[in-house]
Design a protein around this ligand. Structure first.
Ligand code: RB5
Length: 147
């Protein structure tokens, strides 16, 4: 499994712990920036990472901004993206198991590096449960297709 990582300047601080978590799980990652704390616009990063996901360069992704909110909103504008904004490991696990989230987002000004590692591991260890959850995800897709 190949994991994309994207951050704006507000999420930059979490890039290192997120990469560590991915490496500790023996998974591959691809880094879509940003590469410093210099100010940049989170929608640009969201677009880069969601395009890579749609092109199957990566299988899942972690997006980071100051709160994790803006980059999540931007990512969810792209068809087929289910980005979950998470601040705890249980929600991260549920976002994979119940919502088939293909991206999680976190905030560098909200979540500690230690918690970010735990959250990433919980998300990447979990599998979509299917069944009744598939029906609900299909309904999300219907909303997307009709609006
Ligand atoms: C940038 O200052 C900040 O607005 C951004 O990182 C993010 O928190 C937006 O939701």
């Amino acid at each position: 499994m190949r994991i994309g990582i994207g951050a704006d300047h507000g999420g930059f601080i979490l890039k290192k712990p997120v990469i560590e978590a991915i490496e500790e799980m023996n998974l591959e990652y691809k880094d879509y920036g940003t590469y410093s704390e210099e100010s940049c616009d989170y929608p640009d990063i969201a677009l880069k990472v969601t395009s890579a996901l749609k092109d199957k360069e990566i299988d899942k992704a972690v997006l980071l901004c100051g709160t994790g909110i803006g980059i999540c909103i931007a990512a969810n504008k792209v068809k087929g993206i289910r980005c979950a904004h998470v601040t705890d490991a249980f929600s991260a696990q549920m976002s994979a198991e119940h919502n088939d989230a293909n991206i999680i987002s976190m905030g560098g000004r909200i979540t500690s590096p230690e918690d970010a590692k735990e959250i990433v591991k919980a998300y990447l260890s979990a599998q979509f449960a299917g069944g009744r959850h598939q029906r609900r995800v299909d309904k999300i897709k219907q909303i997307e297709n009709n609006n």
